[in-house]
Design a protein around this ligand. Sequence first.
Ligand code: ADE
Length: 225
Amino acid sequence: MRIDIITVLPELLKSPFEASILKRAIEKGIVEVHMHNLRDYTNLSYNQIDDYQFGGGAGMVMMIEPIDKCISALKEEREYDEVIYMTPDGETLNQKIANGMSLLNNVIILCGHYKGVDQRVRDMFVTREISIGDYVLSGGELGAAVLCDTIIRLIPGVLNNETSALTDSFQDDLLAPPVYTRPAEYKGMKVPEILLSGNFPKIEKWREDQAYDRTKKLRPDLLKD
Ligand code: ADE
């Protein structure tokens, strides 16, 4: 998979890709992530990429021309499955959306700032709009990092133990069951006996019950259908 991220703040986006699982996925050649600084695509003085909104009102709007130049240059090199715009008024990201996106080959992610982008960018180029939750970030970059993390960890070969992504919370609309490791007893707190029993069918059943009980208690909305 190749991900091209269009941003005014590439430095804000670097570190998630320089550590841990995402770094390893890039080193293994499973995913390529390229940052494009929008200011490299403007001819205006002071590398301007935003302007006042028509009709008045507070806040600047990102102009269409630099975004058009950047997206068009990328599209000349290859075909893209999606051009995703990170925005609080997009579809709320969930595991199902991430699962679907992990199957794509080439994706552009556009990070919004200020009051957002000129509507014509959304009408002309954007194929999908994603929010990471009902709150407003100062820009789309942190949202883009979250989206990339959820997608990339699902690509086969990225996680060492491939089954571990399949047993994550939300993969079957249930929260994950509790997990324990050594020691079997810590300051009087014991690991549930069943996990030490070696009876794997029983352990599996216990985990399913725990996942269901936790979901019912903490996220009953997930059980609705
Ligand atoms: N940009 C600003 N707020 C955002 C959000 N909640 N999700 C995605 N992008 C955003």
